[in-house]
Design a protein around this ligand. Sequence first.
Ligand code: SF4
Length: 188
Amino acid sequence: MGLEAAITAEGFMTTQLKRVINWGRRSSLWPMPFATACCGIELMATASSRYDLARFGAEVMRFSPRQADLMIVAGRISIKTMPVLQRIYQQMAEPKWVISMGACASTGGVFDTYAVVQGCDQFLPVDVYVPGCPPRPEQLIEGVMAIQRIIDEDGIPPKGPDGKRIPLGIALQPKRQPVPQPMPLTLN
Ligand code: SF4
């Protein structure tokens, strides 16, 4: 990881304990995938060899909330599912973070119905919103990197005077530039 080059055989380096802890935390995020719909497929693709979430140390998906510290909500959440999502979030280890992936998780998407929660941020402290329907894996990776930057700077999630978690509410901007169609396309 470059440390061998930085530290020679007889050398040493000094740093702050806080920086080492933050470095460890940001390099070993363990996501809790809460995938309920098609966004979950992109979430799976993000961990695949093509996009390789392991490059960011966040590929160890845990299906046990007590081993996870990054909730990724991918897909629409129904009224019936919401208590389950909340319970899983409560059982996750501190410090913990939340990514809302895709239009459905963030706003209910096109499902403006009585059965669908119109944004999981009504019940969870969402730190990063990843736009798209579905977001591409690169965008989800950008969301993970946003969490990593916060950990680098602050270390732990902010809490209010009442002890309640303050959501960071960072909205990623789509960065993808449209490219021209590589082959002429004819429709019959
Ligand atoms: S945002 Fe789009 S891709 Fe994601 S769950 Fe909703 S409908 Fe599916």
